[in-house]
Design a protein around this ligand. Sequence first.
Ligand code: GLC
Length: 402
Amino acid sequence: MTTEAERDDGDGRHGEATLPPSPGGDLERASRAILQSAWRPDGAGGGFCVPNPTTYPWQWLWDSCFHAVVWAHLGDERAGLELAAALSSQDADGFVPHVRYGDGPNPHRDFWGRGGTSSITQPPMYGHAVAVVLGAGLPVADEVVDRAVAGLEFLLHRRRRSRAGLVELCHPWESGCDDSPRWDGVLDGAWSPPAWHAAKGDLLRTIERTPGGAPLANPAFAVGSVGFSALVAWNALELAALVGHDAMGAAARELADAIAARWDDEASTWVDDGPTAAGSGRVRTLDALLPLLVVRRPEALAQLTDPAAFGAAFGPTGVHRAEPTFDPTGYWRGGAWPQLGYLSWRAARWAGDGATEASLQNSLASAALASAFAEYWEPDSGASLGAVPQSWSTLACVVAAS
Ligand code: GLC
């Protein structure tokens, strides 16, 4: 990897990201220690890492899948155990809840209307994670692979599709990108943290469910999200290739085609389908570039490192710099997020764009060190934001070593 950020500093907004002489070793040592202290044994020999012991003391679905990717890189069998725990609350319809509270008290029981888990899902990163863990030669129980297939089939075949064929979200939190400006259009008034908080409780009440409680659709939030759909397609393609599931592979490719058709030259991004299509569904956010995992589009990829777009020494930024909503320290409003950095780097690798890949590798590795492995960070300085340390920022050690 490069040892210094190759960043255009011409407009004076970007700091210089400089890595220490052996960042890979430093990152791996620190990552192992962070995951080790976040590890919580769970039931019969399994377990998981809390995202942060104080701020996030339970198990989150997509976080755990990212942790499994890091455990696999570190050669630790907890990779498969963490996936087993993440998928253990799956219901008979294939739905996987996004938070597991375990046996302890659940302070959100009334909010979710159920005990041990939440009642919505999160991006199905388990398709990718299963492929990575098995690819590293570490064990994943057959039952866990079956559950991953069932979880993706639920999203591909049971979750409602938008008119343009995209997978609909039932709640903004299902995207994992909770306060992304992409969802602003469903609010009655202007976006503000308190307005959003109230709306998020209300939005749970309108979700339509299977008799068992699996979320199928939400008339009050019928957003066909290009970002979430891309993660469904990408995870399904990885898992389908691994287990030889041709039908799932075909469904995922069909979804990828529907996503590709949502590119809008004028907006320079992929546009969501549904109620926000003419408004906030066109805001240039990083989550809206996740289609780069399944669709080749060099001009979209170039935005990731363009200093006038998403490029930053510790980037990419979470929102395009030219958007009125861009706030480099705001929660999901412009700060840089490690899991999106990892996915962006994966997209650059898939595209065979070595320069973008190296640049994203360098910024994520630099940022993890500069921010002390924060939940997210200020993209130009690397200053920590949110919880510190956050387990998913250890993805930097995977990226740095590749
Ligand atoms: C926040 C993030 C979500 C993540 C969770 C735990 O809610 O928005 O994506 O899964 O924290 O890290």
